[in-house]
Design a protein around this ligand. Structure first.
Ligand code: GCU
Length: 722
């Protein structure tokens, strides 16, 4: 029975006797950070709030139980029935259930105290996304007879299915385990019913395989007790493998996983999504043609894993053990992992369990290592069929013993965005692969922020233009295509998402590395680049730069992305040129006035309109369009002396400025939570950033770094002659 409506809500930590009429009336899913969690400044409300609801005693069979199901309460929850606290749950992304039978009265008041305030125990606490608070996934009341399947322990579905395929894929044994308090259970699969105490093993000859996006076939197994209580689950029969040179293997064939990451949120709704939004996200991921999705950085809604099962996407599932290890958080990592695996085990889409993300950014410790060993052992104990993985930050020591803990690994690299050159992505992967030929290597994050308002004929890293995002991804796409041994690659990110700590790129409060905007209304040009390579079903042509309408250059570059060839470009109805090739087709178009530019390939066409202007349109340039202009860009500096305009390496090399610049780096680090900047005091990173001007680092760090302090450091630098 859905308990999604009829709630009263207030930001208070007082447990009411009955749902107060003067509290706000809300329907689940609900988050209190839908608005302030995405407006920047990192000042969204974090605290304890109450949800209260009345309900009559449900009808129960003799000995029957009533169990409340919470699909997601962020981040911790205390469940009160008629004033009595019945449960405490830590972890904002998993399902938990509470048996309320013994506390029921004829008329009941259910109150849930939900808390997303900062602490040193429950992950996540430091990360580049908004930690929305609320009952953002829905609540149900489940009634079961006296004899029933287990509901409470770790939010289990009560049934666990482990298919094992023969080497030649011709037969499978399917082990079905159940948890219940009855004496025997009837388990039915493929028309065959077996009676068992808990576990039955079936043989399926010539199984219809779950074969990724091409044929994601699902079986259903049902278990029934004599009382009539019944559970069922879908599952898939498939074989997965991971090889250092062949990459990912599905059903004995190399099957490179190429796709995107996703956060569970949406503009205006925050994390409180319904099936409608989940479906829309899935449709966009299918349109781009991805065959994998990293569901970052926490357990997502069951509906989404279900969609992945149905559409054949391979999933990287993970817990929010991220950015900064907390000595007091060990228990919480273990319980979140236990819930993730228990609740998600049956999904054929899931191919690995992610232990942590960029966890060593703030330093290594024995406690961090031990935490990972325990997590890794726990995963193996709960699931012998899937490997564990980790997402490492690029500055992690390549020989760190941390890397050896997980079965396979993956890197988050941002060369060409936060630092360095695009080609460093290629060299990093090649050098690492050569140095560690036995490791299974993935590319778990890469991306560049783009605000589609910003456009440039000369795109550069850090300009937030849609144009640079294309240049960036054209390079990265080639990089991954040339390295089929990468077991999985995931664009960071499919969608822009709320990161309230960010104040940058003309859209404060958002990480804009998405290929689609936060509201899902706009597919950025780079979306079509991937679609051209990955989507084999839907022929199309796309002309980039539709938002780059005013152009000052006499001859402009027009880029077309398509999965067809050849592509012909028409200007004002006349054919300009036809190009053979693959994916990216580039044309030079002379501009004289207003022109309609049309690309045609096969039966497909796309058109844009551009205008020749005398001067570049200032609205296309970050900092000139009403967005933030950094104070240091307006400042004048004595060029004979050092300043923040100088490269980090030069400032570190001169003993007279090294101390000052190190202090400044620490200031940047402590002011800003995001990873590339927050690790600035790490030696190897300082080396990698050698030829980046300090001013550039400050620009990336945004407004969080106090201006006055930076001025002070700069005037110290200005006193030292070069
Ligand atoms: C990280 C991290 C993400 C983050 C991303 C970024 O390294 O894992 O959570 O959003 O980089 O900086 O965009």
């Amino acid at each position: 029975m859905s308990f999604n409506d009829g709630w009263r809500f207030a930001k208070t930590d007082k447990v009411p006797e009955t749902p107060p009429r003067d509290w706000e009336s809300v329907t689940l899913p609900h988050t209190w950070n839908a608005v302030d969690g995405q407006d920047g400044g990192n000042d969204y409300w974090r605290g304890t709030a109450m949800y209260a609801r009345a309900f009559p005693c449900p009808e129960l069979e003799p000995g029957g139980r009533a169990v409340l199901e919470f699909l997601g309460a962020a981040m911790t929850a205390d469940v009160y029935l008629n004033g009595e606290c019945l449960a405490h749950h830590e972890g904002g992304y998993s399902t938990f259930r509470v048996d309320i039978t013994d506390a029921l009265k004829d008329e009941n008041t259910l109150t849930v105290a939900v808390d997303n305030s900062a602490n040193d125990r429950v992950y996540p606490q430091k990360a580049d996304f908004t930690f929305y608070g609320g009952l953002y996934r829905g609540v149900n009341l489940i009634t079961v007879p006296a004899e029933h399947f287990e509901l409470v322990k770790d939010g289990t579905p009560g049934i666990k299915v482990t298919p094992a395929l023969s080497d030649d894929l011709k037969a499978a044994t399917v082990t079905v385990e159940t948890w219940h308090n009855g004496s025997e259970v009837e388990i039915t699969l493929n028309g065959e019913t077996k009676t068992a105490q808990n576990t039955a093993v079936f043989t399926v000859e010539n199984p219809h395989l779950w074969a990724g996006t091409e044929d994601p076939y699902l079986y259903t197994v049902t278990a029934k007790l004599q009382s009539g209580d019944e559970v069922s689950t879908r599952f898939g029969i498939r074989k997965i493998g991971f090889d250092p040179n062949l990459g990912f293997i599905l059903n004995n064939r190399p099957y490179p996983l190429r796709g995107v990451s996703r956060h569970q949120d949406r503009e205006g709704l925050g994390s409180a999504l319904t099936m409608k939004e989940h479906r829309e996200d899935m449709e966009l991921i299918r349109e781009i043609g991805a065959n994998t999705v990293r569901l970052a950085h926490y357990q997502h809604a069951q509906e989404f894993y279900d969609l992945c099962d149905e559409y054949g996407l391979c999933v990287w599932a993970e817990i929010p053990y991220i950015t900064q290890h907390m000595d007091a958080g060990r228990e919480n990592t273990l319980s979140q992992m236990k819930e993730l695996i228990t609740q998600c085990y049956n999904h054929p889409s899931i191919v690995c369990w992610g232990l942590s993300n960029e966890i060593a950014v703030h330093g290594m410790s024995e406690d961090l290592m031990e935490n990972h060993r325990l997590l890794n052992d726990l995963c193996h104990k709960l699931d012998s069929t899937r490997p564990t993985t980790m997402a490492h930050a690029f500055m992690l020591d390549k020989d760190s013993p941390l890397i050896d803990i997980a079965d396979i690994g993956s890197w988050n690299l941002y060369f060409g965005w936060y630092l360095g050159e695009l080609s460093q992505n290629d060299s990093f992967l090649d050098e690492y692969h050569a140095a560690h030929p036995d490791r299974v290597i993935g590319f778990s994050e890469y991306g560049a922020d783009a605000n589609p308002r910003f456009q440039s004929p000369r795109p550069e890293s850090g300009d937030y233009t849609e144009s640079y995002q294309c240049v960036y991804h054209e390079h990265l796409l080639k990089c991954i295509e040339e390295r089929p041994w990468l077991w999985a690659t995931h664009v960071w990110n499919m969608f822009d998402f709320a990161a309230d700590g960010r104040d940058e790129g003309g859209n404060n409060g958002q990480n804009q590395k998405g290929l689609v905007t936060f509201d899902r209304r706009l597919k950025k040009d780079a979306f079509y680049l991937y679609k051209a390579v990955w989507n084999k079903r839907e022929p199309f042509v796309h002309i980039c730069g539709s938002r780059y309408a005013d152009r000052a250059e006499a001859v402009t570059e027009v880029k077309v992305y398509s999965n067809l060839t050849p592509v012909t470009l028409f200007v004002d109805g006349k054919a300009l040129d036809t190009k053979d090739g693959k994916t990216v087709f580039t044309f030079k178009v002379p501009l004289t006035g207003e022109h309609v530019i049309e690309a045609k390939a096969g039966d497909c066409a796309d058109r844009i309109t551009v205008r020749k202007t005398d001067m570049p349109n200032q609205n296309y340039i970050l900092g000139r369009s009403g967005a933030v202009v950094n104070w240091f860009d307006r400042e004048e500096y004595a060029p004979s002396c050092y300043s923040i305009c100088d490269e980090l390496g030069a400032l570190l090399a001169d003993p007279r400025t090294a101390g000052t610049v190190r202090e400044l780096m620490e200031l940047i680090q402590s002011s800003r939570g995001d990873v590339a900047v927050s690790a600035l005091n790490n030696e190897s990173l300082l080396t990698m950033l050698g030829n980046t001007p300090v001013r550039e680092l400050l620009r990336r760090a945004g407004e969080a770094v106090p201006q006055e302090r930076v001025r002070e450091f700069n005037s110290r630098l200005q006193k030292v002659r070069k």
